[in-house]
Write a protein that binds this ligand. Structure first.
Ligand code: GDP
Ligand code: MN
Length: 386
């Protein structure tokens, strides 16, 4: 479960992890009052269940309470990656000397907790990870033993951080580890962890994800659950329509099928064929004509979708029903994009006949791999021609 930065800061406080003081506001007036109480320059920060707020304009400095009012007014209601901001954190602004990255998460390959530290923290950490991964130091921690000081030092000396602060950093990381384990977190990330001009080590951002399976014993945290708070506009509409849909903004190929495993596999195969999936859509175990129609409309809502791959395995699902559904809705679709269909299983021959004789530009594929290659090719050719 995701929680907000201001909530993560509450957990940090319980474990003695230093942060810059702040409070949450739901209106510009509240933001102004908090800024007045702090009595110094503040930072106003959007509270949404998504990262990259800084780059999206959701983090702004304010010199005085009036400015805090204005910045809060600008940020409240803002759309960040499809989520609407309804709260801001108003925190004492910090004079930053260095921005580091510090994180703890599960290393599923090694069955360990992994401590991650880098001197190259800040809003470009994804780029650092992609282009200069050697700047990010990772140390596995055995959860049955717990974190050891030598492991923390290994991270400090391997990460390029200023070793002048190693005593403070050791204490800081110990506390973060206690918090990580103590709240049943599966990810605790501080980016940036800063060294201030005054030489303090503090967290000015806080991201904690809680293991859903542990919420039964973390009642106070479970109360923070906001159902649907991380759904974007496309996902919200699809959810209202009862669809199982996950949006992958930026992709250009719609992916649908019946059964979660099959659809996820299809997305992997599209990716392997050089394509970029825009969504996951599961028609469900018994795809009906209505289901197919609703599903395709949902997929086509994102204008980035330039082609669709439908992958249906007929067990209980009758592939002829799905085929007829596609044919019937084709002319009613809001826009034309190439549709590649791979159908196999129950009543497959009839399904092929229906699709083959319908006179519509629907492309067959004999296999999932062929379907993926075809849809990628069609989308690429269309993009080149446009
Ligand atoms: P994110 O973009 O969602 O990760 O939001 P962050 O909380 O990490 O803020 C983004 C960036 O804003 C940070 O990397 C800092 O550079 C800057 N920032 C945040 N708080 C302060 C502050 O108190 N003082 C200064 N000078 N910059 C800040
Ligand atoms: Mn951050």
């Amino acid at each position: 479960m995701k929680i907000h930065e201001y909530q993560a800061r509450e957990l940090f406080a319980q474990f003695g992890i230093p942060t810059n003081a702040g409070e949450v506001a739901r209106t510009p007036e509240e933001a102004k009052a908090i800024a007045a109480k702090i009595g110094k320059r503040v930072v106003v920060k959007a509270q949404v269940h998504v990262g990259g707020r800084g780059k999206a304009g959701g983090v702004k400095l304010a010199a005085n309470p009036d400015e805090a009012y204005e910045k809060a007014k600008a940020i409240l209601g803002m759309d960040i990656k499809g989520l609407t901001v309804d709260r801001v954190l108003v925190a004492e602004a910090v004079d930053i000397a260095q921005e580091y990255y510090l994180g703890l998460t599960v290393n599923r390959d090694d069955n360990m907790i992994v401590l991650i530290l880098s001197a190259a923290g800040g809003v470009d950490i994804e780029e650092v990870a992609a282009t200069t991964p050697e700047k990010i130091c990772k140390v596995n921690i055995d959860p049955t033993v717990g974190i050891q000081d030598f492991q923390i030092r290994q991270a400090i000396y391997g990460s390029g951080v200023d070793t002048k602060f190693s005593r403070q950093l050791v204490g800081f990381i110990r506390k973060l580890y206690a918090c990580y384990v103590g709240v049943d977190s599966e990810l605790a990330e501080i980016n940036p962890l800063v060294i201030t001009e005054q030489g303090e080590v503090i967290a000015i951002d806080a991201k904690i994800n809680i293991d859903d399976s542990a919420l039964f014993r973390r009642e106070n945290i479970a109360a923070w659950r906001e159902v649907g708070s991380d759904l974007d506009q496309y996902e919200k509409l699809a959810k209202e329509e009862g669809l199982t849909y996950v949006h992958l903004p930026g992709g250009n190929i719609g992916v649908c099928g019946n059964g979660a495993g099959l659809v996820m596999t299809t997305m992997d195969v599209v990716k392997k064929a050089g394509g970029s999936p825009n969504n996951f859509l599961d028609f469900g175990g018994s795809a009906t004509k209505e289901g197919v129609e609703k599903g395709l409309n949902a997929v086509l809502r994102d204008p980035d979708v330039k082609g669709i791959l439908i992958n249906v395995f007929g067990g209980i699902t009758r592939t002829d029903v799905v085929a007829q559904g596609i044919v019937d809705v084709y002319d009613k679709l809001p826009r034309r994009v190439p549709i590649v269909i791979r159908l196999t299983g129950t009543r497959e021959e009839i399904a092929r006949e229906i699709l083959g004789s319908c006179g519509k530009p629907l492309v067959f594929a004999q296999s999932m791999w062929e379907g993926a290659k075809k849809v990628v090719e069609l989308v690429t050719t269309a993009a080149a021609g446009a």
